[in-house]
Design a protein around this ligand. Structure first.
Ligand SMILES: NC(=O)c1ccc[n+]([C@@H]2O[C@H](COP(=O)([O-])OP(=O)(O)OC[C@H]3O[C@@H](n4cnc5c(N)ncnc54)[C@H](OP(=O)(O)O)[C@@H]3O)[C@@H](O)[C@H]2O)c1
Length: 238
């Protein structure tokens, strides 16, 4: 395993279920942790819990490319490049087509897909200069397989898949590693506003999902874990 001691690790979406638990584990490994969240109240709570100073904590809406650039500039002024960027930000609007609004579709794509694009645009260049780094994205199982009601969500996550895999082709002469993690249902606030019947008691726990991400962060640099799949027993879709 690769030690995370003093590794510079950014967790985007550290106010969410998976992001928060991942940030805790990465911090417990004595990494130099940077976090972002959209909701400043939740962000401050996570920062206090982790004992992070202000220059490691950034309020950020990833749909705003200038805001992503600005946060990246502040972080890169502190550290030349990041060793690991974990993109755990995203939203889930799960409704059948007739209920999906144009706004739902735009918001889903601009958060999940354009947000990922904004992150790559801002955080990849210093990694390219350093010729190394690790970026972890979470397309999820619905980034690989369809589900009724997931038209907008799956479109955005299939898009993440295509985007990230194409960019990976551009990085083959570097030691930059890109990992996609395909999780099935994780019992997190992600599901709070989703009106479909799910069996949360069968879901993956936030802490278990975070442990998978933490494990990926510690993989030796000699190889690339390009994909990881982790699903609830009762819903193994891929
Ligand atoms: N939970 C699942 O079943 C599951 C399964 C597969 C994949 N995933 C993916 O895993 C990732 C994390 O999910 P989760 O379960 O931890 O969800 P969550 O608890 O709802 O957390 C979502 C995170 O995304 C952030 N976020 C949402 N919109 C944002 C925006 N415009 N700009 C910046 N941050 C934004 C939220 O920030 P605030 O809270 O500060 O608003 C929060 O930190 C997502 O990409 C999700 O699609 C989840």
């Amino acid at each position: 395993m690769e030690s995370l001691y003093k590794k510079r690790v950014l967790i985007i979406g550290a106010t969410g279920g998976i992001g928060r638990e991942t940030a805790k584990l990465v911090k417990s490994s004595n990494a130099d942790v940077f976090i972002t969240g959209r909701n400043s109240e939740k962000l401050n709570a996570v920062a206090t819990d982790l004992g992070l100073p202000a220059n490691r904590v950034f309020q950020l809406d990833i749909t705003d490319s200038s805001a992503v650039e600005s946060v990246a500039a502040k972080i890169h002024a502190e550290v030349e490049t990041l060793d690991i960027v974990i993109n755990s930000a995203g939203i889930g609007i799960i409704k059948p087509l007739e209920q999906l609004t144009y706004e739902d579709f735009d918001l889903t794509v601009s958060t999940n897909l354009k947000g990922t694009f904004n992150i790559l645009k801002s955080f990849l260049p210093p990694m390219k200069t350093a010729k190394e780094g690790l970026i972890i994205n979470m397309p999820g199982v619905l980034g690989k397989t369809p589900m009724a009601g997931a038209g907008a969500y799956s479109a955005s996550k299939y898009g993440v898949n295509g985007l990230v895999k194409s960019v990976r082709e551009e990085l083959k002469r570097t030691n930059i590693r890109i990992t996609n993690i395909y999780m099935g249902g994780v019992d997190s606030p992600f599901w709070d506003n989703i009106d479909i019947k799910v069996r949360k008691e069968k879901f993956i726990q936030e802490k278990e999902a975070a442990r998978a991400v933490w494990f990926l962060c510690q993989q030796p640099k000699s190889g690339v874990v390009s994909e990881m799949v982790i699903q609830p027993f009762n819903h193994q879709a891929i």
